[in-house]
Structure formats: structure tokens, C-alpha cells
Write a protein that binds this ligand. Structure first.
Ligand code: GLA
Length: 442
């Protein structure tokens, strides 16, 4: 009898025993290290061209990035966003759309690498991308192998058509696949902050979107409704995004950044008949706060038609250095007074970046009194200590020119004026920005 029971149990267990012998899914693997020790910089096709992309456009953009000095300024990634996918073959491997990219993505990667640049690509954790091309769900390892074989360096991974998928699990799956594929690839998580990725993605990706999609709008855009009474899509404005991204500073750091979405500097769009564009001063304010927030700097404008003003904004070395500072601390908004926001970012070697943004309609003359702006930042353990430390001041939007002032400290540097007030004017929808450097005193 006992034998019969054992035999029956063994029979019942057969399917499980068989499954125990199936290959197990790969154990968790770490994300690639040191691919985003400072926030990533580059250009992406989405904000300006959406899915209307092709090989000629991308190569012309790469050429422009080199010729305009943008690659030298640090913008090394050229990212294909949605719209490059062709079909999957009978074995499930994905292919590029050969009408758009007749030489293939591998040739494009080779072209970029020959120019000292890197290639980014886009996919989605669901069945389809947001523009309804094939998604990676169920093909994660195949896709990662394909990207690695093409020489891809960056993957933006979106969250459309994921139905009931588990967000953390889905992104871990692709992280593992990217690691297993053997080529270092920066992993940019794009689920719009819907599932609080800042709480779980530090070990998963190198950046995570914190908001919905940006548009070239400085102030929040009013909601409009369609005939069924549903709200129409509207872009997230610069100010909307700042409000969502600023409180998340403690989650960011080297290798894992809050991503308040790509840059709209120099871009314009028309959606549902509405035209959106920012002025140069709004662009400057947008760029400044993205640098203060240690955001990835991914350009989104047509580089073959760029104006001198736009180029001067995105190439400002002093501002880029604030974003790329190796300390990797996201800046903080110290206070808001009326239309003025006061921001600080601790930098390496005791420096600070400081800016004032004016979101109002009128220019504001300002006497910056440092004694009212002391920062005691728990996150970085840094204090400005303006009453004790002398700082020299450089004007970031005036070519890094020294401002004839030192923040008042205990000591004095012979021959330099020491004052605790800096007089300036902050234009409407504009910004003033400075770099403060401690000055040794005897
Ligand atoms: C989502 C993303 C955008 C862009 C589009 C592409 O909306 O948030 O940044 O990648 O998909 O379809």
C-alpha cells in the first residue's frame, strides 16, 4: 500500500520534477557600472521629430553635433527615440525599419563611434511602444543581444501597453538582459514617475523619468477638454516639472539620476492646433534649472537649423560644469519669494552654484544679500557659511566673468572689494546664475 501511495505521489509530482529540470531564469545581475557617473548628455529625436526619423536626418544631426562643438561640450549620445523599429523575424529577433535606415542600425552605430559619439536606442517594456511599434515584452533577452550586437550604448525603456506588468520586475528583467548581453549600455527608465521609480530604481537603471512628457512651455498650460469631456493631452511645462522633480533630490546621485525629461531649448511644436515655443530667456531658465537639478541633458531641437542664441545656451561651459559636477548632488530650492526662486547646488571643492529664477511677468531689480541666503544642506552635509567663508563670484551667463564682489567673510583679501550685496536684475521668465568659490584668507 505504502509503495502504491509513493508511486501515486511520484506520478503527481512528475510535471513539477520536469519543470525543476528546465533552465532557470538568469539570476539577477547588477546594472552596468560607471556609465553615468555624471548625468548623461546627448540629443534625442523625439521632441522635435517624433517618429519622423531616418538615416539621413540622424547622420546630419551627428555631423552638426560635431561641427557645432556639441560633442566637445559633452553631448556624446545620439538617441533614436520611437519609430526606428521594423518587424520581428520568425525567430522573434527585432529588425530596424530598412526604409528609414537602409544601411541598418549597426552601420549607424559605427558612423557615430567613428566620430567619438555613442548611439542610444528606444524600446518599451510592453507589447508595443507608445507610438505602436513592437515592444520588448517577452523578447527582453533577444532585444538586449540585438542592441549589443549593433553596438548600442544607451537604452531608453518606455512603459506603454504594459497592462498589468510589474514595473520593478519589468525593468529588472531588462537590466539583467542588458548585463547578460555583455556590452555596457546606459539604462534610462521611462515610466513617467507613475510607480515612484526613485524608491526602487537605484540598482536598476541609471536614470528614471519623474514626470510626464515635457513640451516647449514655460508656465503650466491650461487643461482643455474634448467633446466627450475628457482632458486633452497637454505638455508638462518647465514649471510643472520643477515642482515634481525638486522634492526628489535625495534619491539622485552618481549613476542614478532623477530625469525631468529632455530639453526643449530651441524647440517648438504644434499639438492639436496649439503652437508651443519658449523665448530665449525661458530656454535659459529651463536649461539653468535642469543643470541645478543635475538632470540628464538631452537636447531635443533641430540642430541643422539652430540659432546662435540657442547654441550659446546649450554650450555654456560654466553651466554644463554645474550639471556635470562630480559631487553629483541635485540642487535645492532654498526659498521662493513672490515670483523669485532661489536655488543652490553644492559643488566639489567647496564651490556652490547659485541662481535666482523669475517666473513673473516683470523684470525684478535685486540686491542679493548673502546673509539672508545661508544654506545648511543636510543631504550633502554642506553649509555656505557666508559669515565665515569668503567666496569669489563668477557670472555664469556672462561668460564666467568675475563679479566685482566677494561674499562677506571674516577675513579680507587685499585689493578685492568685499561686500555682502550683489546688485543685479532678473528678467521676466529668466534667470541669473553664479558660481561661488571659497577664497583662502589668512
Ligand atoms: C513616451 C515618452 C516620450 C517618448 C514617446 C515615444 O511618451 O515619455 O519621451 O519617448 O513615448 O512614443
Amino acid at each position: 500500500m505504502r509503495k502504491q501511495i509513493l508511486a501515486a505521489v511520484a506520478l503527481m509530482c512528475l510535471p513539477f520534477m520536469a519543470s525543476a529540470q528546465r533552465p532557470r531564469p538568469t539570476a539577477d545581475l547588477p546594472k552596468w557600472e560607471h556609465v553615468a557617473d555624471t548625468p548623461q548628455m546627448g540629443w534625442s529625436s523625439w521632441n522635435c521629430f517624433m517618429t519622423d526619423i531616418n538615416e539621413d536626418l540622424i547622420k546630419a544631426t551627428a555631423d552638426a553635433m560635431v561641427e557645432l562643438g556639441l560633442v566637445d561640450a559633452g553631448y556624446v549620445y545620439l538617441n533614436l527615440d520611437d519609430g526606428w523599429h521594423g518587424e520581428r523575424d520568425a525567430n522573434g529577433f527585432v529588425h530596424e525599419d530598412l526604409e528609414k535606415f537602409p544601411s541598418g542600425i549597426k552601420a549607424l552605430a559605427d558612423y557615430l563611434h567613428s566620430k567619438g559619439m555613442k548611439l542610444g536606442i528606444y524600446s518599451d517594456a510592453g507589447d508595443f511602444t507608445c507610438a505602436c511599434y513592437t515592444g520588448s515584452r517577452g523578447h527582453e533577452y533577444q532585444d538586449a543581444i540585438t542592441y549589443a550586437s549593433w553596438g548600442v550604448d544607451y537604452l531608453k525603456y518606455d512603459w506603454c501597453f504594459t497592462s498589468n506588468a510589474n514595473p520593478k520586475g519589468s525593468y529588472i528583467l531588462m537590466r539583467n538582459a542588458l548585463r547578460k548581453a555583455g556590452r555596457p549600455i546606459l539604462f534610462s527608465i521611462c515610466e513617467w514617475g507613475s510607480n515612484k521609480p526613485w524608491e526602487w530604481a537605484e540598482e536598476v537603471g541609471h536614470s528614471w523619468r519623474t514626470t510626464g512628457d515635457i513640451g516647449p512651455a514655460f508656465l503650466p498650460v491650461p487643461t482643455t477638454y474634448n467633446e466627450q469631456g475628457r482632458p486633452n493631452w497637454k505638455p508638462q511645462s518647465v514649471i510643472d516639472i520643477i515642482e515634481k522633480n525638486e522634492p526628489l533630490r535625495r534619491y539622485a546621485g552618481p549613476g542614478h539620476w532623477n530625469d525631468p525629461d529632455m530639453l526643449e531649448v530651441g524647440n517648438s511644436i504644434t499639438v492639436d492646433g496649439v503652437y508651443y515655443e519658449m523665448t530665449d530667456s525661458e530656454d535659459r531658465a529651463h536649461f539653468t534649472i535642469w543643470c541645478m537639478m543635475a538632470a540628464p541633458l538631452i537636447l531635443g531641437n533641430d540642430l541643422t537649423k539652430i540659432t546662435d542664441e540657442t547654441l550659446a545656451i546649450i554650450k555654456n561651459k560654466e553651466m554644463i560644469a554645474v550639471d556635470q559636477d562630480p559631487l553629483g548632488i541635485q540642487g535645492l530650492r532654498l526659498k521662493t519669494e513672490g515670483d523669485l526662486q532661489y536655488w543652490f547646488k553644492p559643488l566639489s571643492d567647496g564651490d556652490w552654484a547659485f541662481c535666482v529664477m523669475n517666473i513673473g511677468e516683470a523684470d525684478v531689480p535685486l540686491a542679493i544679500d548673502w546673509s539672508t541666503l545661508e544654506v545648511d544642506d543636510e543631504l550633502s552635509g554642506r553649509k555656505t557659511s557666508f559669515s565665515k567663508v569668503n567666496y569669489s563670484v563668477k557670472d555664469i551667463w556672462n561668460g564666467g566673468a568675475p563679479v566685482n564682489t566677494l561674499v562677506k567673510g571674516k577675513g579680507r583679501n587685499k585689493g578685492q572689494m568685499v561686500t555682502n550685496v550683489l546688485n543685479t536684475t532678473v528678467g521676466s521668465h529668466d534667470v541669473v546664475a553664479y558660481r561661488l568659490t571659497p577664497v583662502a584668507t589668512k
